[in-house]
Design a protein around this ligand. Structure first.
Ligand SMILES: Cc1ncc(C[n+]2csc(CCOP(=O)(O)OP(=O)(O)O)c2C)c(N)n1
Ligand SMILES: [Mg+2]
Length: 553
Protein backbone atom coordinates (compact mmCIF):
# COMPACT_ATOMS: atom_id res chain seq x y z
CA UNK A 1 0.00 0.00 0.00
CA UNK A 2 1.20 3.51 -0.81
CA UNK A 3 1.52 5.78 2.22
CA UNK A 4 3.23 9.08 2.94
CA UNK A 5 6.44 9.32 4.93
CA UNK A 6 4.80 10.90 7.99
CA UNK A 7 2.28 8.05 8.19
CA UNK A 8 5.04 5.51 7.73
CA UNK A 9 7.05 7.02 10.58
CA UNK A 10 4.00 7.08 12.84
CA UNK A 11 3.28 3.42 12.17
CA UNK A 12 6.89 2.45 12.73
CA UNK A 13 6.92 4.29 16.05
CA UNK A 14 3.86 2.27 17.07
CA UNK A 15 5.61 -0.93 16.03
CA UNK A 16 8.54 0.12 18.19
CA UNK A 17 6.25 0.41 21.19
CA UNK A 18 6.38 4.19 21.42
CA UNK A 19 3.30 5.14 23.44
CA UNK A 20 3.41 8.92 23.05
CA UNK A 21 5.50 11.65 21.51
CA UNK A 22 6.34 14.98 23.13
CA UNK A 23 6.23 17.97 20.85
CA UNK A 24 6.17 21.65 20.35
CA UNK A 25 4.60 22.52 17.00
CA UNK A 26 4.98 22.65 14.16
CA UNK A 27 6.36 19.49 12.70
CA UNK A 28 4.96 17.85 9.62
CA UNK A 29 4.89 14.42 11.22
CA UNK A 30 2.50 15.58 13.94
CA UNK A 31 -0.72 15.37 11.94
CA UNK A 32 0.09 11.82 10.91
CA UNK A 33 0.83 10.94 14.53
CA UNK A 34 -2.58 12.30 15.43
CA UNK A 35 -4.32 10.41 12.63
CA UNK A 36 -2.53 7.17 13.49
CA UNK A 37 -3.56 7.52 17.14
CA UNK A 38 -0.17 8.23 18.70
CA UNK A 39 -0.88 10.56 21.65
CA UNK A 40 1.13 13.77 21.74
CA UNK A 41 2.27 15.48 24.89
CA UNK A 42 2.36 19.08 23.80
CA UNK A 43 4.84 21.04 25.84
CA UNK A 44 5.00 24.82 25.82
CA UNK A 45 8.43 25.15 24.28
CA UNK A 46 10.75 23.10 22.13
CA UNK A 47 13.46 22.64 24.74
CA UNK A 48 10.92 21.00 27.08
CA UNK A 49 9.63 18.84 24.22
CA UNK A 50 13.13 17.38 23.95
CA UNK A 51 13.73 17.31 27.70
CA UNK A 52 10.60 15.31 28.52
CA UNK A 53 11.44 12.66 25.93
CA UNK A 54 15.08 12.67 27.00
CA UNK A 55 14.10 12.20 30.66
CA UNK A 56 11.72 9.37 29.73
CA UNK A 57 14.58 7.48 28.09
CA UNK A 58 16.80 8.07 31.12
CA UNK A 59 14.19 7.08 33.69
CA UNK A 60 13.35 3.86 31.87
CA UNK A 61 17.06 3.10 31.44
CA UNK A 62 16.58 3.17 27.67
CA UNK A 63 14.12 0.26 27.82
CA UNK A 64 11.46 2.64 26.50
CA UNK A 65 12.65 5.27 24.05
CA UNK A 66 11.46 8.86 24.45
CA UNK A 67 10.52 10.48 21.16
CA UNK A 68 9.93 14.16 20.40
CA UNK A 69 9.17 16.34 17.41
CA UNK A 70 9.80 20.04 16.83
CA UNK A 71 10.03 22.58 14.06
CA UNK A 72 12.94 22.43 11.62
CA UNK A 73 13.56 22.90 7.93
CA UNK A 74 13.86 26.34 6.42
CA UNK A 75 12.21 27.91 9.47
CA UNK A 76 14.31 26.20 12.12
CA UNK A 77 13.16 28.42 15.00
CA UNK A 78 11.97 25.41 16.97
CA UNK A 79 15.16 23.51 16.33
CA UNK A 80 17.28 26.44 17.45
CA UNK A 81 15.35 26.56 20.72
CA UNK A 82 15.41 22.77 21.03
CA UNK A 83 19.17 22.77 20.61
CA UNK A 84 19.66 23.32 24.35
CA UNK A 85 17.67 20.17 25.06
CA UNK A 86 19.58 18.11 22.51
CA UNK A 87 22.93 19.41 23.72
CA UNK A 88 22.01 18.35 27.24
CA UNK A 89 20.88 14.91 26.06
CA UNK A 90 24.11 14.51 24.12
CA UNK A 91 26.26 15.68 26.99
CA UNK A 92 24.62 13.18 29.33
CA UNK A 93 24.34 10.36 26.77
CA UNK A 94 20.58 9.93 26.69
CA UNK A 95 19.00 7.79 23.94
CA UNK A 96 16.23 10.13 22.79
CA UNK A 97 14.78 10.21 19.28
CA UNK A 98 14.27 13.71 17.86
CA UNK A 99 12.22 14.05 14.68
CA UNK A 100 12.10 17.31 12.79
CA UNK A 101 11.44 18.72 9.35
CA UNK A 102 14.47 18.67 7.09
CA UNK A 103 15.57 21.35 4.66
CA UNK A 104 13.91 20.34 1.37
CA UNK A 105 15.90 19.70 -1.80
CA UNK A 106 16.40 23.00 -3.58
CA UNK A 107 16.38 25.06 -0.38
CA UNK A 108 19.74 24.20 1.12
CA UNK A 109 22.26 26.92 1.78
CA UNK A 110 19.71 29.74 1.99
CA UNK A 111 19.61 30.25 5.75
CA UNK A 112 22.46 31.45 7.94
CA UNK A 113 22.00 28.55 10.36
CA UNK A 114 23.22 25.27 8.91
CA UNK A 115 20.88 22.60 10.25
CA UNK A 116 22.96 19.54 9.40
CA UNK A 117 26.20 20.78 10.88
CA UNK A 118 24.43 22.05 14.00
CA UNK A 119 22.62 18.75 14.55
CA UNK A 120 25.79 16.71 14.10
CA UNK A 121 27.34 18.41 17.11
CA UNK A 122 24.60 17.15 19.45
CA UNK A 123 23.74 13.70 18.19
CA UNK A 124 25.07 10.18 18.07
CA UNK A 125 23.62 10.04 14.59
CA UNK A 126 21.89 12.56 12.35
CA UNK A 127 19.79 11.02 9.62
CA UNK A 128 18.40 12.86 6.60
CA UNK A 129 15.55 11.08 4.86
CA UNK A 130 16.33 12.01 1.28
CA UNK A 131 14.03 9.48 -0.42
CA UNK A 132 10.62 8.33 0.82
CA UNK A 133 11.43 4.62 0.20
CA UNK A 134 14.23 4.94 2.75
CA UNK A 135 11.79 5.50 5.62
CA UNK A 136 12.07 1.92 6.99
CA UNK A 137 15.83 1.88 6.49
CA UNK A 138 16.46 5.14 8.34
CA UNK A 139 14.07 4.25 11.15
CA UNK A 140 15.84 0.88 11.52
CA UNK A 141 19.16 2.65 11.77
CA UNK A 142 17.76 5.16 14.25
CA UNK A 143 16.47 2.45 16.58
CA UNK A 144 19.68 0.47 16.18
CA UNK A 145 21.64 3.52 17.40
CA UNK A 146 19.13 4.11 20.19
CA UNK A 147 19.16 0.54 21.49
CA UNK A 148 22.79 -0.48 21.01
CA UNK A 149 26.17 0.71 22.20
CA UNK A 150 26.86 3.94 24.02
CA UNK A 151 23.55 5.78 24.43
CA UNK A 152 23.00 9.18 22.84
CA UNK A 153 20.41 11.20 20.97
CA UNK A 154 19.45 10.39 17.41
CA UNK A 155 18.01 13.09 15.17
CA UNK A 156 16.03 12.41 12.04
CA UNK A 157 15.25 15.21 9.59
CA UNK A 158 12.42 14.71 7.12
CA UNK A 159 12.49 17.12 4.20
CA UNK A 160 9.29 15.90 2.54
CA UNK A 161 6.78 14.29 4.87
CA UNK A 162 4.07 14.06 2.22
CA UNK A 163 6.17 12.11 -0.30
CA UNK A 164 4.85 8.58 -0.73
CA UNK A 165 6.28 5.07 -0.88
CA UNK A 166 5.09 1.49 -0.94
CA UNK A 167 4.78 0.33 2.66
CA UNK A 168 4.92 -3.34 1.63
CA UNK A 169 8.17 -3.12 -0.35
CA UNK A 170 10.43 -3.17 2.73
CA UNK A 171 8.25 -4.14 5.69
CA UNK A 172 9.49 -2.75 8.99
CA UNK A 173 10.37 -5.07 11.82
CA UNK A 174 11.18 -3.67 15.29
CA UNK A 175 14.85 -3.43 16.19
CA UNK A 176 15.97 -5.58 19.07
CA UNK A 177 19.20 -3.74 20.01
CA UNK A 178 22.44 -5.60 20.62
CA UNK A 179 24.95 -5.98 23.41
CA UNK A 180 28.55 -7.05 23.42
CA UNK A 181 30.28 -9.26 25.94
CA UNK A 182 33.82 -8.49 27.13
CA UNK A 183 36.93 -10.34 26.03
CA UNK A 184 37.49 -13.16 28.58
CA UNK A 185 41.23 -12.35 28.69
CA UNK A 186 40.41 -8.80 29.81
CA UNK A 187 38.05 -10.14 32.45
CA UNK A 188 40.82 -12.40 33.76
CA UNK A 189 43.28 -9.52 33.90
CA UNK A 190 40.77 -7.37 35.75
CA UNK A 191 40.01 -10.13 38.25
CA UNK A 192 43.76 -10.63 38.82
CA UNK A 193 44.22 -7.01 39.77
CA UNK A 194 41.07 -6.83 41.80
CA UNK A 195 42.05 -9.80 43.95
CA UNK A 196 45.55 -8.40 44.44
CA UNK A 197 44.44 -4.92 45.45
CA UNK A 198 44.80 -3.75 49.02
CA UNK A 199 42.01 -1.20 48.99
CA UNK A 200 39.83 -1.36 45.88
CA UNK A 201 36.83 0.86 45.24
CA UNK A 202 33.96 0.36 42.82
CA UNK A 203 33.08 3.51 40.90
CA UNK A 204 29.68 2.95 39.30
CA UNK A 205 28.32 5.09 36.48
CA UNK A 206 25.04 5.39 34.66
CA UNK A 207 25.99 2.60 32.25
CA UNK A 208 25.00 0.25 35.08
CA UNK A 209 21.46 1.61 34.92
CA UNK A 210 21.25 1.51 31.11
CA UNK A 211 22.47 -2.08 31.19
CA UNK A 212 19.93 -2.99 33.89
CA UNK A 213 22.88 -4.24 35.93
CA UNK A 214 22.07 -3.12 39.47
CA UNK A 215 21.63 -6.69 40.72
CA UNK A 216 24.90 -7.73 39.11
CA UNK A 217 26.70 -4.76 40.65
CA UNK A 218 25.43 -5.69 44.08
CA UNK A 219 26.37 -9.33 43.60
CA UNK A 220 29.93 -8.47 42.57
CA UNK A 221 30.41 -5.87 45.32
CA UNK A 222 29.26 -8.38 47.93
CA UNK A 223 31.42 -11.19 46.56
CA UNK A 224 34.58 -9.08 46.56
CA UNK A 225 33.57 -7.11 49.66
CA UNK A 226 34.39 -3.77 48.09
CA UNK A 227 32.86 -0.36 48.87
CA UNK A 228 30.83 1.37 46.15
CA UNK A 229 30.44 4.98 45.10
CA UNK A 230 28.17 6.10 42.28
CA UNK A 231 28.26 9.11 40.01
CA UNK A 232 25.53 11.75 40.18
CA UNK A 233 23.83 10.27 37.10
CA UNK A 234 24.08 6.75 38.51
CA UNK A 235 22.63 7.65 41.89
CA UNK A 236 20.40 4.72 42.80
CA UNK A 237 22.28 2.16 40.70
CA UNK A 238 23.38 0.69 44.04
CA UNK A 239 20.96 0.61 46.98
CA UNK A 240 21.96 3.43 49.28
CA UNK A 241 21.00 1.57 52.44
CA UNK A 242 23.47 -1.19 51.55
CA UNK A 243 26.34 -1.65 54.03
CA UNK A 244 28.90 -1.26 51.21
CA UNK A 245 27.47 2.01 49.89
CA UNK A 246 29.77 4.96 50.55
CA UNK A 247 27.99 7.82 48.82
CA UNK A 248 27.85 10.04 45.77
CA UNK A 249 29.85 12.91 47.21
CA UNK A 250 31.15 14.27 50.49
CA UNK A 251 33.95 13.56 52.96
CA UNK A 252 33.39 9.81 53.10
CA UNK A 253 33.63 9.57 49.32
CA UNK A 254 36.80 11.66 49.34
CA UNK A 255 38.22 9.35 52.01
CA UNK A 256 37.69 6.28 49.84
CA UNK A 257 38.82 7.90 46.59
CA UNK A 258 42.01 8.98 48.30
CA UNK A 259 42.81 5.74 50.04
CA UNK A 260 41.97 3.34 47.22
CA UNK A 261 44.80 1.69 45.32
CA UNK A 262 42.48 0.34 42.63
CA UNK A 263 39.42 1.87 41.01
CA UNK A 264 37.05 -0.52 39.32
CA UNK A 265 35.01 1.86 37.16
CA UNK A 266 31.88 0.35 35.64
CA UNK A 267 29.66 2.18 33.18
CA UNK A 268 31.25 5.55 33.79
CA UNK A 269 33.26 7.68 31.40
CA UNK A 270 35.43 8.81 34.34
CA UNK A 271 35.43 12.24 32.75
CA UNK A 272 36.37 14.80 35.35
CA UNK A 273 33.76 17.53 35.08
CA UNK A 274 32.02 20.13 37.13
CA UNK A 275 29.70 17.58 38.73
CA UNK A 276 31.85 14.54 39.14
CA UNK A 277 34.95 13.45 40.99
CA UNK A 278 38.46 13.49 39.71
CA UNK A 279 40.64 10.56 40.66
CA UNK A 280 43.26 11.85 43.07
CA UNK A 281 46.81 10.66 42.41
CA UNK A 282 45.56 8.59 39.52
CA UNK A 283 49.05 7.69 38.34
CA UNK A 284 49.57 5.80 41.60
CA UNK A 285 46.35 3.85 41.31
CA UNK A 286 45.33 0.94 39.13
CA UNK A 287 42.37 1.95 37.03
CA UNK A 288 40.25 -0.83 35.61
CA UNK A 289 37.82 0.70 33.23
CA UNK A 290 34.74 -1.28 32.22
CA UNK A 291 32.89 0.59 29.53
CA UNK A 292 30.64 0.02 26.57
CA UNK A 293 33.07 1.51 24.09
CA UNK A 294 36.60 2.71 23.73
CA UNK A 295 35.82 6.43 23.64
CA UNK A 296 36.54 6.90 27.31
CA UNK A 297 39.44 4.49 27.71
CA UNK A 298 42.72 6.26 28.49
CA UNK A 299 40.81 9.50 28.72
CA UNK A 300 42.50 11.80 31.19
CA UNK A 301 43.88 8.92 33.26
CA UNK A 302 45.97 5.98 32.15
CA UNK A 303 43.76 2.90 32.02
CA UNK A 304 45.55 -0.14 33.46
CA UNK A 305 43.00 -2.60 32.11
CA UNK A 306 40.01 -1.91 29.94
CA UNK A 307 37.09 -4.29 29.82
CA UNK A 308 34.93 -3.33 26.88
CA UNK A 309 31.37 -4.50 26.77
CA UNK A 310 27.91 -4.22 28.23
CA UNK A 311 28.00 -3.47 31.97
CA UNK A 312 25.71 -6.34 32.92
CA UNK A 313 27.63 -8.93 30.95
CA UNK A 314 30.89 -7.50 32.27
CA UNK A 315 29.79 -7.63 35.90
CA UNK A 316 28.49 -11.17 35.44
CA UNK A 317 31.75 -12.27 33.87
CA UNK A 318 33.85 -10.63 36.58
CA UNK A 319 31.79 -12.21 39.29
CA UNK A 320 32.07 -15.64 37.69
CA UNK A 321 35.83 -15.25 37.32
CA UNK A 322 36.34 -14.17 40.93
CA UNK A 323 34.04 -16.89 42.14
CA UNK A 324 35.89 -19.59 40.14
CA UNK A 325 39.26 -18.46 41.44
CA UNK A 326 38.21 -18.32 45.06
CA UNK A 327 35.94 -21.37 45.07
CA UNK A 328 33.00 -19.06 45.65
CA UNK A 329 34.55 -17.47 48.74
CA UNK A 330 35.23 -14.10 47.15
CA UNK A 331 37.70 -11.70 48.62
CA UNK A 332 38.39 -11.75 52.31
CA UNK A 333 38.98 -8.15 53.28
CA UNK A 334 38.04 -7.77 56.91
CA UNK A 335 35.10 -5.75 58.13
CA UNK A 336 34.72 -3.37 55.21
CA UNK A 337 31.09 -2.65 56.07
CA UNK A 338 31.96 -1.40 59.56
CA UNK A 339 34.51 0.98 58.12
CA UNK A 340 32.03 2.22 55.51
CA UNK A 341 29.43 2.80 58.19
CA UNK A 342 31.87 4.78 60.33
CA UNK A 343 32.98 6.89 57.37
CA UNK A 344 29.38 7.57 56.36
CA UNK A 345 28.33 8.45 59.90
CA UNK A 346 31.21 10.86 60.14
CA UNK A 347 30.72 12.36 56.67
CA UNK A 348 26.96 12.78 57.07
CA UNK A 349 26.87 13.93 60.72
CA UNK A 350 26.54 17.62 60.02
CA UNK A 351 23.81 17.10 57.44
CA UNK A 352 21.84 14.75 59.66
CA UNK A 353 21.92 17.42 62.32
CA UNK A 354 20.34 20.07 60.11
CA UNK A 355 17.84 17.55 58.77
CA UNK A 356 16.32 17.81 62.23
CA UNK A 357 16.66 21.57 62.52
CA UNK A 358 13.75 23.62 63.89
CA UNK A 359 15.18 26.93 62.74
CA UNK A 360 13.26 29.48 60.68
CA UNK A 361 13.64 30.33 57.88
CA UNK A 362 13.62 26.59 57.33
CA UNK A 363 16.93 24.86 56.71
CA UNK A 364 16.67 23.17 53.27
CA UNK A 365 18.01 19.90 54.72
CA UNK A 366 14.97 19.78 57.01
CA UNK A 367 12.79 19.72 53.87
CA UNK A 368 14.88 16.91 52.34
CA UNK A 369 14.78 14.88 55.56
CA UNK A 370 11.02 15.29 55.85
CA UNK A 371 10.58 14.45 52.17
CA UNK A 372 12.39 11.16 52.75
CA UNK A 373 10.10 10.47 55.67
CA UNK A 374 6.91 11.14 53.72
CA UNK A 375 7.79 9.28 50.51
CA UNK A 376 7.76 5.55 50.03
CA UNK A 377 11.37 5.40 48.84
CA UNK A 378 10.70 2.17 46.98
CA UNK A 379 7.82 3.61 45.05
CA UNK A 380 8.57 7.24 44.31
CA UNK A 381 10.64 9.52 42.13
CA UNK A 382 12.58 12.60 43.14
CA UNK A 383 14.83 14.84 41.11
CA UNK A 384 16.88 17.94 41.79
CA UNK A 385 17.50 21.17 39.95
CA UNK A 386 20.68 22.88 39.00
CA UNK A 387 21.95 24.81 42.02
CA UNK A 388 21.94 23.91 45.67
CA UNK A 389 19.12 21.39 45.38
CA UNK A 390 21.37 19.21 43.22
CA UNK A 391 24.34 19.54 45.50
CA UNK A 392 22.39 18.99 48.69
CA UNK A 393 20.08 16.20 47.59
CA UNK A 394 22.94 14.28 46.01
CA UNK A 395 24.74 14.53 49.34
CA UNK A 396 21.94 13.20 51.57
CA UNK A 397 18.95 11.75 49.73
CA UNK A 398 18.70 7.99 50.28
CA UNK A 399 17.89 6.28 46.98
CA UNK A 400 16.80 2.68 47.36
CA UNK A 401 15.79 1.72 43.82
CA UNK A 402 17.30 2.54 40.43
CA UNK A 403 15.70 5.82 39.29
CA UNK A 404 14.03 6.39 42.63
CA UNK A 405 16.10 9.53 42.19
CA UNK A 406 17.27 11.00 38.91
CA UNK A 407 20.64 12.71 39.10
CA UNK A 408 21.46 14.52 35.90
CA UNK A 409 23.85 16.96 34.39
CA UNK A 410 27.43 16.60 33.26
CA UNK A 411 26.41 20.14 32.53
CA UNK A 412 23.16 20.92 34.30
CA UNK A 413 20.63 22.92 32.36
CA UNK A 414 18.22 24.76 34.64
CA UNK A 415 14.59 23.70 34.35
CA UNK A 416 15.19 20.02 33.56
CA UNK A 417 13.65 18.83 36.83
CA UNK A 418 10.11 19.58 35.71
CA UNK A 419 10.65 17.64 32.49
CA UNK A 420 12.08 14.76 34.53
CA UNK A 421 9.16 14.73 36.97
CA UNK A 422 6.68 14.73 34.07
CA UNK A 423 8.54 11.90 32.37
CA UNK A 424 8.60 9.92 35.61
CA UNK A 425 4.83 10.28 35.92
CA UNK A 426 4.48 9.00 32.35
CA UNK A 427 6.86 6.11 33.00
CA UNK A 428 5.50 5.13 36.42
CA UNK A 429 2.02 6.64 36.84
CA UNK A 430 1.59 4.98 40.23
CA UNK A 431 4.66 6.59 41.75
CA UNK A 432 4.78 9.93 43.51
CA UNK A 433 6.88 12.29 41.41
CA UNK A 434 8.66 15.27 42.95
CA UNK A 435 10.88 17.98 41.46
CA UNK A 436 12.89 20.00 43.97
CA UNK A 437 13.90 23.40 42.65
CA UNK A 438 15.18 26.86 43.53
CA UNK A 439 13.93 30.09 42.00
CA UNK A 440 16.15 29.86 38.93
CA UNK A 441 14.79 26.46 37.91
CA UNK A 442 11.27 27.65 38.68
CA UNK A 443 11.70 30.58 36.31
CA UNK A 444 12.43 28.18 33.46
CA UNK A 445 9.40 26.04 34.32
CA UNK A 446 6.68 28.64 34.59
CA UNK A 447 5.50 28.56 30.99
CA UNK A 448 5.27 24.77 31.08
CA UNK A 449 3.17 24.47 34.24
CA UNK A 450 -0.02 24.60 32.16
CA UNK A 451 0.93 21.21 30.68
CA UNK A 452 0.52 19.50 34.04
CA UNK A 453 -2.99 20.90 34.46
CA UNK A 454 -4.01 20.06 30.90
CA UNK A 455 -2.61 16.54 31.06
CA UNK A 456 -3.65 15.94 34.69
CA UNK A 457 -0.13 15.05 35.76
CA UNK A 458 -0.02 14.71 39.53
CA UNK A 459 3.50 16.01 40.08
CA UNK A 460 4.70 18.00 43.09
CA UNK A 461 7.11 20.89 42.67
CA UNK A 462 8.98 21.60 45.89
CA UNK A 463 10.43 25.09 45.88
CA UNK A 464 13.31 25.81 48.22
CA UNK A 465 12.49 29.50 48.29
CA UNK A 466 15.45 31.54 49.45
CA UNK A 467 15.18 34.79 47.51
CA UNK A 468 18.36 34.36 45.52
CA UNK A 469 20.80 32.18 43.69
CA UNK A 470 22.13 30.91 46.97
CA UNK A 471 25.45 29.58 45.83
CA UNK A 472 26.27 33.00 44.42
CA UNK A 473 25.62 35.39 47.29
CA UNK A 474 27.59 36.71 50.21
CA UNK A 475 26.91 35.04 53.55
CA UNK A 476 28.36 33.29 56.56
CA UNK A 477 30.29 30.88 54.34
CA UNK A 478 32.36 33.67 52.77
CA UNK A 479 32.03 36.32 50.10
CA UNK A 480 30.21 34.17 47.53
CA UNK A 481 31.38 33.87 43.97
CA UNK A 482 28.90 36.10 42.08
CA UNK A 483 27.69 38.69 44.59
CA UNK A 484 26.38 41.06 41.89
CA UNK A 485 24.08 38.50 40.25
CA UNK A 486 22.59 36.82 43.25
CA UNK A 487 19.41 38.46 44.51
CA UNK A 488 15.96 38.08 42.96
CA UNK A 489 12.60 39.03 44.46
CA UNK A 490 12.05 36.62 47.32
CA UNK A 491 9.13 35.34 49.36
CA UNK A 492 8.66 38.71 51.10
CA UNK A 493 8.02 40.42 47.79
CA UNK A 494 6.33 37.79 45.63
CA UNK A 495 3.94 35.06 46.73
CA UNK A 496 4.55 32.32 44.17
CA UNK A 497 2.00 30.05 45.84
CA UNK A 498 -0.69 32.62 44.89
CA UNK A 499 0.68 33.00 41.36
CA UNK A 500 0.81 29.27 40.70
CA UNK A 501 -2.35 28.66 42.72
CA UNK A 502 -4.22 30.98 40.36
CA UNK A 503 -3.23 28.67 37.51
CA UNK A 504 -5.02 25.81 39.23
CA UNK A 505 -2.27 24.00 41.10
CA UNK A 506 -2.76 22.91 44.68
CA UNK A 507 -0.33 25.29 46.40
CA UNK A 508 0.92 25.95 49.88
CA UNK A 509 3.44 28.27 51.42
CA UNK A 510 5.23 26.82 54.42
CA UNK A 511 7.41 28.72 56.85
CA UNK A 512 7.17 26.49 59.94
CA UNK A 513 9.28 23.32 60.08
CA UNK A 514 6.46 21.44 61.81
CA UNK A 515 4.23 22.12 58.78
CA UNK A 516 6.57 20.51 56.23
CA UNK A 517 5.37 16.94 56.59
CA UNK A 518 1.62 17.73 56.65
CA UNK A 519 2.01 20.01 53.61
CA UNK A 520 3.95 17.37 51.67
CA UNK A 521 1.32 14.77 52.56
CA UNK A 522 -1.48 17.00 51.27
CA UNK A 523 0.42 17.66 48.05
CA UNK A 524 1.10 13.98 47.40
CA UNK A 525 -2.50 13.23 48.22
CA UNK A 526 -3.94 15.65 45.62
CA UNK A 527 -1.39 14.29 43.15
CA UNK A 528 -3.07 10.89 43.29
CA UNK A 529 -6.14 12.39 41.62
CA UNK A 530 -4.05 13.95 38.86
CA UNK A 531 -3.76 17.45 40.27
CA UNK A 532 -0.30 18.99 40.32
CA UNK A 533 0.99 20.70 43.44
CA UNK A 534 3.49 23.42 44.21
CA UNK A 535 4.81 23.92 47.73
CA UNK A 536 6.93 26.90 48.57
CA UNK A 537 9.15 26.34 51.57
CA UNK A 538 10.50 29.58 52.98
CA UNK A 539 14.11 28.59 53.50
CA UNK A 540 17.37 30.11 54.56
CA UNK A 541 20.30 30.29 52.17
CA UNK A 542 22.53 27.43 53.14
CA UNK A 543 24.96 26.46 50.39
CA UNK A 544 26.57 23.66 52.34
CA UNK A 545 26.98 20.21 50.79
CA UNK A 546 29.40 17.41 50.05
CA UNK A 547 32.27 18.30 47.76
CA UNK A 548 33.57 16.67 44.62
CA UNK A 549 37.10 15.36 44.84
CA UNK A 550 39.73 17.00 42.68
CA UNK A 551 42.50 15.31 40.74
CA UNK A 552 44.96 16.55 43.30
CA UNK A 553 47.90 17.58 41.17
C1 LIG B 1 20.59 27.03 31.54
C2 LIG B 1 21.46 27.38 32.69
N1 LIG B 1 21.98 28.62 32.82
C3 LIG B 1 22.75 28.93 33.90
C4 LIG B 1 23.05 28.02 34.85
C5 LIG B 1 23.92 28.43 36.04
N2 LIG B 1 23.22 28.28 37.31
C6 LIG B 1 23.31 27.17 38.03
S1 LIG B 1 22.46 27.23 39.45
C7 LIG B 1 21.99 28.82 39.18
C8 LIG B 1 21.17 29.56 40.18
C9 LIG B 1 20.43 28.69 41.15
O1 LIG B 1 19.66 29.45 42.03
P1 LIG B 1 18.33 28.90 42.64
O2 LIG B 1 17.51 28.23 41.62
O3 LIG B 1 17.66 29.99 43.40
O4 LIG B 1 18.80 27.75 43.61
P2 LIG B 1 19.56 27.86 45.01
O5 LIG B 1 20.99 27.61 44.68
O6 LIG B 1 19.30 29.21 45.59
O7 LIG B 1 18.99 26.77 45.84
C10 LIG B 1 22.49 29.27 37.96
C11 LIG B 1 22.25 30.62 37.43
C12 LIG B 1 22.54 26.71 34.64
N3 LIG B 1 22.78 25.70 35.46
N4 LIG B 1 21.74 26.43 33.59
MG1 LIG C 1 17.48 30.21 45.42
Amino acid sequence: MTIDVATGISRILKQEGVGWVSTFPVCRVNNALGREGVPMLMMRDDRYAVAVADAFSRITGGSRIGVCTFQGGVNAAGMQYAYAGMAQAYEDGSPVLCITDGVPAGSSGNSQYDVASAMKTVSKWFGYLDKPERTPELMRRAFTMLRSGRPGPVILAIPNATATYDETADPYRPVKGWKSAPDPADVRAAADQLLKARSPLIYAGEGVIYAGASEELKALAELVNVPVITTLKAKGAFPENHPLFVGVRGDQVAHYLNKSDLILAVGSSLSPGRFSHGIPDAAKKTIIHCNIDELHINKMYPTAHAVIGDARLTLQALRQEVSDRTSGAGRNAGDVAAEVRAARDQGLARYRQVMNSDETPINPYRVYGDLMEVLDLRNSFVTHESGNTRDQLSTVFDTLIPRGFLGWGNVSTLGFSLAAAIAAKKAFPGRASVAVTGEAGLGYMLGNLEVLLREKLGVTVVHISNGGFAGYGPGFWGPGHDPFTHRVLGPDEVDMSKVIGALGFHTERVSEPAEIIPALRRALDVNTSGRPAYIEFICCQYPVYGQWVGRGE
